[in-house]
Design a protein around this ligand. Structure first.
Ligand SMILES: Cc1ncc(COP(=O)(O)O)c(C=O)c1O
Length: 395
């Protein structure tokens, strides 16, 4: 009889557009573990690309989805639902006083940020947005134009106008790029896809000062680095810098699609009635998942993220002495990059074989994004597997 994997592969090939090339068939997840169709279990240090930050099928999120799906799933935003403002209130309570618009993905959230910046800037004759080299903001046309990696834009010209990129962590480059048309600066406090590169504290402070001085909006893309990933609820809380607006998605629903933009209180009226919308944005079901995520993150999860993150960073750094292929180890909280002297993709299948899932970022960075609930024992297991994997790489 044909195996589940063979049948599934055939269906993919015949019916699913080939924009991805997945190899493993995963059938079950619990906490940090996922299982494939053959019953093999993997330590998941990818969390579905920083989505399942509370681990797979977290009981509080599963229960919230189960409960809400029996009460009210969708109303459209033409009607109030009690869960959406509850989640917005909880988000504001996490340390960013402002209002929220709900979307379904990171790219959709960033589209909202871009519209917010243009709506605010246009009456003042400004509509250009400065973003960073090596940044990633999504795959829609506007977010591609914002993204600082040309390879994603190739084949999709013309680029949407109104964006320019400058070197990240370089205040002079930013200062020189600002013109009378600049409406906003958009950046990831910790670059994710580009290679797990944190902004320096001094740099972000200077960016904030520059934006305030020039009357330019400072907007943070916290789609990957937010929702607890760096050890604070918002990534900007690692820095003494407050943005004017930010985007979130990925882990906000722990796997249930949910994105959001938040704008600071002084900008609450910029996007008024009829200026922006989303049929699925902020359904009671998505927001119930979001509420469960935010409530659960209030516990010891953030402290655990900081503690295990420092531990992993320290232990991985010591591996540098043993493996010259490691060029650097960097990150914040449980957003960790191990910079190799070769494509990180060389290591990923070896880790899979050894029972672990990890990711790449940029070309040469091994990206580790375990659930924020990861234990010391699981960190030690991951370190052991990574060490075994590195040993299998050709010299
Ligand atoms: C920083 C950042 N912004 C935006 C996105 C796009 O999010 P989505 O894939 O949900 O559209 C991503 C996705 O990886 C991201 O890392």
């Amino acid at each position: 009889m044909e195996s589940l994997k063979t049948k599934t592969k055939e269906r993919y090939q015949q019916y699913v557009m080939g924009t991805y090339a997945p190899q493993l068939l995963l059938v079950k997840g619990e906490g940090i573990w996922v299982w494939d169709d053959a019953g093999k279990k993997y330590l998941d240090f990818g969390s579905g690309i920083s989505v399942c930050n509370l681990g797979h099928c977290h009981p509080a999120v599963t229960e919230a989805i189960r409960r809400q799906s029996g009460i009210l799933v969708h109303t459209s935003n033409l009607f109030m639902n009690e869960v959406q403002p509850l989640l917005a209130e909880k988000l504001a309570g996490c340390g960013f006083d402002g209002v929220t618009f709900f979307a379904n993905s990171g790219a959709e959230a960033n589209e909202g940020l871009i519209k917010f910046a243009r709506k605010w800037g246009n009456p003042q004759g400004k509509n250009e947005i400065i973003t960073m080299e090596d940044s990633f903001h999504g795959r829609t046309l506007a977010t591609l134009a914002a993204t600082g990696r040309a390879k994603y834009r190739k084949d999709f010209q013309p680029d949407m106008p109104g964006f320019k990129q400058v070197k990240f962590n370089d205040i002079t480059a930013l200062r020189e790029a600002i013109t009378d048309q600049t409406a906003a600066v958009l950046l990831e406090p910790v670059q994710g896809e580009g290679g797990i590169l944190p902004a320096s504290g001094d740099y972000l402070k200077q960016v904030r000062e520059l934006c305030t001085e020039k009357n330019i909006l400072l907007m943070f893309d916290e789609v990957q680095c937010g929702t607890g990933r760096t050890g604070t609820f918002f990534a900007f809380q690692n820095y003494s810098v407050i943005p004017d607006a930010l985007s979130m998605a990925k882990a906000l629903g722990n796997g249930f699609p949910l994105g959001a933009i938040m704008v600071g209180r002084p900008f609450a009226g910029v996007l008024g009635v009829g200026t922006h919308a989303s049929t699925f944005g902020g359904t009671p079901l998505a927001c119930a998942a979001g509420c469960a995520v935010v409530d659960t993150l209030q516990g010891g999860v953030l402290a655990n993220c900081r503690e295990q993150g420092s531990y992993l960073l320290e232990k991985l750094t010591t591996l540098k002495d043993k493996f010259p292929c490691i060029k650097a180890v960097r990150g914040k909280g449980l957003m960790i990059g191990v910079v190799l002297d070769r494509p990180a993709a060389d290591l990923l299948p070896i880790l899979n074989e050894l029972g672990m899932i990890a990711l790449s970022a940029g070309e040469t960075v091994l990206r580790l994004l375990p659930p924020l609930t990861v234990t010391r024992e699981e960190c030690d297991l991951a370190l052991k597997i990574i060490e075994q994997g590195l040993a299998r790489l050709p010299a």
